[in-house]
Design a protein around this ligand. Structure first.
Ligand SMILES: Cc1cc2nc3c(=O)[nH]c(=O)nc-3n(C[C@H](O)[C@H](O)[C@H](O)COP(=O)(O)O)c2cc1C
Length: 520
C-alpha cells in the first residue's frame, strides 16, 4: 500500500511529491574531475546509483542518449565526460539488481526501427517485470546521421510526425503479443510459450503502412507486464509539446524554476484537453540540480565551489565559443569578454549537442551588458548564465521548496541531476527524503503492483487505437477551428505523418539566458 495522504486540513488534496534520478554523464553538470567521482562505464557505478535511488523510493532512473560524440571546433569535445555505454544493455543489467525502480532509457525515433526497438523495450519490460520506459527523442541532424549512413534525410518538420507514427507502431506491436504469464490486461489470444509456434494463432501479427514505415510480420514476444512501456518525451517546441500531449505519459522538461514551471504545466494541461486527456494522465518532471548544507550559508558556499568545478577556465572559453562562433582560446577566462563581435553564421562550431537558443544575437548582447555592468570575467559570466543550481539549502528547506513546486503545479516530480558519479544521490536520499516523508508528501514504501506505471500513479495502458482516435479528433477539431476535442473516432494511418498540429505559437526560450540542456 502506498502511504500518501490524500487530504490535508485544507480543502485541496495534497499532491504527492515524486522523485527520479538522471545518471550523470555527458553534460556540463557532471564534475568528473572531482576526486569523489567514479567510472561512467563500470557496472558498479550504475548499480550504486540505482540502489541509492531505490532506497530513496524513487520512481525511476533515467539514462540520456547521444548517438555521436560531441565535437567542438572539429575535435572531440573532451572537457565533459565523453561517450556512454549502450542504454538498453545497461538498463537490462540494472533490472537484475533492483525490484521497484523504473528504468527509463532515451532512444531516438529517427535512428531506430519500430520492430527492433519495440522488441528491445518489450524485453526490458519482461526482464524488469514491468518497469521499462522509453524517452522518445528525435535527433534529426545530419551530424549524428553520419554514424548511421543516413545523413540528414529527415526534414525538421517530419521529426515528430515520424516519432508519433513510430510510437503508434510500437504500441501496436506490444499489444499484439499473446497475453503472457505476467500480463495484467488485454485479451488472451491463447498462445503457447514464447518462442514456440504452438497455439500462437494470430498473436503478434502486424502490418503497418504509412509515409514512414511499410512493415509487416509477427512480433515475437508475449505481452509484458505493463503491456506498453511508459513513454517519455523531452522536446520543448510547440510541436514537441503537442506530441507529448497526444502520445506521451511523462514529460522531462528543463523548465525548472517555479514561475516558468507553472506556465509550462498550465500550457501542457491546455494541450492535453485538446486530446481529451486530464492533467493526471501526463506527468511533468523538470530536471533539477541541488546542493545541500547544514546551514543556508554552507549550502551556498558549496554551490559556489561546485559551479567553479563545473565551469573550468577552458570550459568557460568553450562555452562562449559556442555562442560567439569563433576560436577564443587567445582570451583569458579570468579577463573581460572578447572585444570581437560574434560570428553568428558559424553556428555549428559545436556539434552533437542540443541547443535551445535559436537566435544568439540578443543573448550575446545581454551577456556583454551584464559582464560590463557587474564587472564579470568570462568565467564568472559563464558561471552566472549557464545552468545554475535549482535547489540550494538545508535538507528541510529543499524539501519545503520541492513540495511548494508540486502543490503549485509547477511539477509532478523532479528528475535529480547530481554532479557526481556514482555517489551524487547519497546525501539527498539520506537527508531530504526523510524531510519530505515527515511533511507527509512522500511515500514511505513503493506502491503495490510493482510496475513503473504504479510508481508514477498512471493507470493501466491505453490501447493504441484510443490514442490514435484522440489524436484524430484533436486534428479534426483544429481543422474545424473549434480547438475542442469532439470525441470523433477514426483511425487515420496516413494522417499520422501529418499529425502534429503546426502551431504558430512563439518559442518560450528565455531571450537572455543560454540554457543548454544539461542532459545530452
Ligand atoms: C530536458 C531535455 C532532455 C533531453 N534529453 C535528450 C537526450 O538524452 N538525447 C537526445 O538526443 N535529445 C535529448 N533532448 C532533445 C529533445 O529530444 C529534442 O530533440 C530537442 O529538445 C529539440 O526538440 P524541440 O524543438 O521540440 O525542443 C532533450 C531535451 C530536453 C528539453
Amino acid at each position: 500500500m502506498t502511504t500518501h495522504p490524500t487530504h490535508s486540513t485544507h480543502a485541496a488534496p495534497v499532491r504527492p511529491v515524486h522523485l527520479a534520478a538522471h545518471f550523470p554523464g555527458v553534460n556540463n553538470t557532471t564534475v568528473w574531475t572531482d576526486p569523489a567521482g567514479g567510472s561512467h562505464i563500470e557496472f558498479e557505478s550504475f548499480e550504486h546509483f540505482a540502489r541509492t535511488a531505490e532506497n530513496g523510493l524513487f520512481d525511476f532512473l533515467f539514462l540520456a542518449e547521444g548517438l555521436r560524440l560531441r565535437e567542438h571546433k572539429g575535435e572531440i569535445f573532451d572537457l565533459d565526460v565523453v561517450g556512454r555505454p549502450e542504454t538498453a544493455t545497461v538498463l537490462a543489467a540494472l533490472a537484475q539488481v533492483t525490484r521497484n525502480l523504473g528504468l527509463a532509457g532515451t532512444f531516438s525515433a529517427t535512428f531506430n526501427e519500430p520492430y527492433d526497438l519495440a522488441r528491445k523495450l518489450g524485453t526490458l519490460d519482461h526482464l524488469s517485470a514491468g518497469r521499462a520506459a522509453w524517452n522518445v527523442v528525435t535527433t534529426n541532424n545530419a551530424f549524428t546521421g553520419a554514424n548511421f549512413r543516413r545523413g540528414g534525410y529527415l526534414d525538421y518538420a517530419d521529426r515528430y510526425a515520424r516519432a508519433e507514427d513510430f510510437i503508434s507502431v510500437a504500441r501496436t506491436l506490444w499489444e499484439s503479443g499473446a497475453a503472457g504469464p505476467g500480463a495484467v490486461s488485454g485479451s488472451d489470444t491463447g498462445a503457447g510459450p514464447a518462442g514456440t509456434s504452438a497455439g500462437l494463432g494470430e498473436s503478434g501479427a502486424f502490418s503497418h503502412r504509412s509515409d514512414f514505415f511499410d512493415i509487416a510480420g509477427r512480433y515475437p514476444l508475449p505481452r509484458s507486464r505493463q503491456v506498453h512501456p511508459v513513454i517519455f518525451q523531452a522536446g520543448d517546441s510547440p510541436d514537441g509539446r503537442d506530441f507529448a500531449a497526444g502520445s506521451a505519459d511523462v514529460i522531462f522538461t528543463r523548465h525548472s524554476e517555479l514561475e516558468e514551471g507553472k506556465a509550462f504545466y498550465a500550457d501542457i494541461t491546455r494541450r492535453l484537453a485538446r486530446y481529451g486527456r486530464g492533467e493526471d494522465e501526463l506527468k511533468i518532471y523538470p530536471g533539477v540540480t541541488f546542493v545541500l548544507g547544514d546551514t543556508a550559508a554552507e549550502a551556498e558556499e558549496r554551490a559556489a565551489l561546485i559551479r567553479r568545478q563545473q565551469v573550468s577556465g577552458p570550459g568557460a572559453i568553450a562555452f562562449l565559443e559556442q555562442l560567439w562562433g569563433r576560436d577564443l582560446t587567445a582570451y583569458d577566462p579570468d579577463g573581460p569578454l572578447p572585444d570581437v563581435d560574434p560570428d553568428f553564421d558559424n553556428a555549428d562550431i559545436t556539434r552533437g549537442r542540443v541547443r535551445h537558443v535559436k537566435d544568439p544575437r540578443p543573448v550575446a548582447r545581454a551577456w556583454r551588458e551584464r559582464a560590463e555592468a557587474e564587472g564579470l570575467s568570462i568565467r564568472e559570466l559563464v558561471i552566472e548564465v549557464s545552468a545554475r543550481h535549482s535547489f540550494v539549502g538545508t535538507p528541510g528547506r529543499v524539501a519545503e521548496q520541492m513540495n511548494e513546486y508540486v502543490q503549485q503545479r509547477a511539477a509532478d516530480g523532479f528528475i535529480l541531476v547530481p554532479h557526481l558519479t556514482p555517489g551524487g544521490l547519497d546525501e539527498f536520499v539520506a537527508r531530504v527524503v526523510p524531510e519530505l516523508q515527515e511533511r507527509g508528501v512522500y511515500r514511505t514504501e513503493y506502491p503495490e503492483g510493482g510496475t513503473l506505471r504504479d510508481n508514477l500513479g498512471l493507470g493501466g495502458y491505453r490501447p493504441d487505437t484510443e490514442w490514435a482516435a484522440a489524436r484524430a479528433a484533436a486534428r479534426d477539431a483544429h481543422r474545424d477551428g473549434t480547438g475542442h476535442h469532439n470525441g470523433t473516432e477514426h483511425r487515420d494511418q496516413a494522417g499520422h505523418s501529418a499529425a502534429a498540429e503546426h502551431s504558430t505559437e512563439n518559442s518560450t526560450q528565455p531571450p537572455a539566458a543560454e540554457k543548454e540542456t544539461a542532459h545530452v
